[in-house]
Design a binder for this molecule. Structure first.
Ligand SMILES: [Zn+2]
Length: 83
């Protein structure tokens, strides 16, 4: 069984522990499945954190916008009633 060193954790692992990648020279990704997964999870957390930060920073703006939209919806509904 062929082995390969992961570029991220630098451990020697069997190639089955790497995702396949046709674009790469040896047909396997440079980082192992575990590292790929870890990175994915970390990214996911980061994205969520960034979204939260963005929301916190722009809360007033977002709320105002939502409120405005809500008012527009209510106005439209009233218009419909009057028709
Ligand atoms: Zn790894």
């Amino acid at each position: 069984m062929k082995t390969k060193i992961c570029s991220e954790c630098h451990k020697r692992k069997k190639v089955i522990e790497f995702h396949k990648d046709k674009r790469s020279k040896n047909n396997y990704k440079n980082n192992c499945k575990i590292c790929t997964k870890n990175r994915y999870n970390k990214n996911k957390k980061n994205i969520r954190k960034k979204q939260k930060e963005y929301y916190e920073r722009n809360k007033l703006k977002i709320l105002k916008k939502q409120k405005r939209n809500l008012i527009i919806i209510i106005e439209i509904q009233q218009l419909w009633k009057e028709l």
